[in-house]
Design a protein around this ligand. Structure first.
Ligand SMILES: Nc1nc2c(ncn2[C@@H]2O[C@H](COP(=O)(O)OP(=O)(O)OP(=O)(O)O)[C@@H](O)[C@H]2O)c(=O)[nH]1
Ligand SMILES: [Mg+2]
Length: 333
């Protein structure tokens, strides 16, 4: 394991792949690897790509990776599919589409499918991102197949979040899921070669204006605030709406410029560290939760847990008292 970590730190792709497999398969390995790698992380720009199914996320990731390579960056790609228990369908498609990237030593691609629970997948994904960060990848593109909570999770993992829409999907204000606009740092209207693209751009811009000043991200939580004064909020990032035709590689350079501008903005304003704090807090909460649950399983037999649950359901005992009892049990040596 130690040797594998050293080889991964040196950028050896086979070692990175093997290390990732171990980290994915065992919580213990993840702990060992992350502890060893953590001091080497924190350099990579993590970019989340999310949005409606079929909007062209994978094609766009492919093009962004190529553009980043032209700028001499090392690129990691992580494709997360919480819905698929197998490395099948969609991910196989991604691999075919990303074929023109393979063979480039400056790119590392990893697909991740469901690990049974969304929490498990989130933990594994964040460990994999750390491996790539420590191994020296400059930009890590993380594609999530949009499924509500996963999008939000990725948004708090990423420094920069791209939300991808396509014409015909974003026209109807009702059809845009609440919450998806709030997580976007950059909105992309892909398939701009399709009719109706400019209409989609217009309605997204209108929605952004309507939403402006109504909610802000504060310590990772969305908070509603009163509308800011007309000139207030100076220096704040204004979410741009950009058009691309990913299949033809159009608009990619401009999009990449915006992605890098957002990175520079985060660094100049100190928001980079703020986002790292949000991520760190969330990660620690998740680990603490997992550890508490593991301790519960160890200390309190399933029948005993069930007896308490039944007692609460039958109103023999209230939930607070039940949890106090559990706490006493898991705190005991
Ligand atoms: N006309 C047109 N088609 C595009 C464009 N970008 C992607 N496509 C096509 O749209 C389809 C879906 O593209 P993907 O990149 O797989 O989209 P995705 O969002 O990753 O899809 P899922 O991961 O399944 O949600 C493919 O057939 C692409 O070739 C574009 O700019 N214009
Ligand atoms: Mg895809």
């Amino acid at each position: 394991m130690q040797k594998l970590i050293e080889q991964a730190l040196a950028g050896n792709q086979r070692a990175i792949a093997r290390l990732i497999t171990r980290v994915e398969n065992s919580e213990e390995m993840a702990e060992t690897a992350v502890s060893a790698l953590y001091p080497h992380t924190g350099r990579a720009h993590i970019v989340g790509i999310t949005g409606s199914p079929g909007s062209g996320k994978s094609t766009l990731v492919n093009e962004l990776a190529k553009a980043l390579r032209k700028r001499d960056q090392l690129v990691g790609i992580v494709a997360v599919d919480p819905s698929s228990p197998f490395t099948g369908g969609a991910l196989l498609g991604d691999r075919v589409r990303m074929r023109d990237l393979s063979g480039d030593k400056g790119i590392f691609i990893r697909s991740m499918a469901s690990r049974g629970s969304l929490g498990g997948l989130a933990r594994a994904t964040s460990a994999v991102i750390k491996v790539l960060d420590a191994a020296g990848y400059d930009t890590i593109l993380v594609e999530t197949v949009g499924a509500g909570q996963a999008e939000v999770d990725i948004a708090s993992t990423a420094h920069t979040t791209l939300v991808i829409e396509a014409p015909g999907m974003g026209d109807d204000i009702q059809s845009i899921k609440a919450g998806i606009l709030e997580i976007a740092d950059i909105l992309v209207v892909n398939k701009a070669d399709h009719p109706g693209a400019s209409r989609t751009v217009r309605s997204l811009k209108t929605m952004l204006q309507l939403g402006q000043g109504m909610s802000v991200r504060h310590h990772g939580r969305l908070m509603h605030v009163r509308a800011v004064s007309p000139n207030g909020n100076e220096g704040a990032w204004k979410v741009p709406v950009q058009e691309t035709v990913a299949v033809k590689g159009e608009g990619i350079e401009a999009l990449l410029d915006t992605v890098l501008a957002h990175k520079a903005h985060l660094q100049a304003t100190g928001e980079w560290l703020e986002r790292e704090k949000v991520r760190s807090r969330q990660e620690m909460e998740q680990l603490l939760q997992a550890r508490l649950m593991a301790r519960l399983e160890m200390k309190v037999p399933a029948e005993e847990q069930m007896a308490l649950i039944t007692a609460v359901a039958e109103r023999k005992i209230d939930p607070y008292t039940a949890v106090s009892q559990l706490f006493t049990l898991i705190s005991s040596h």
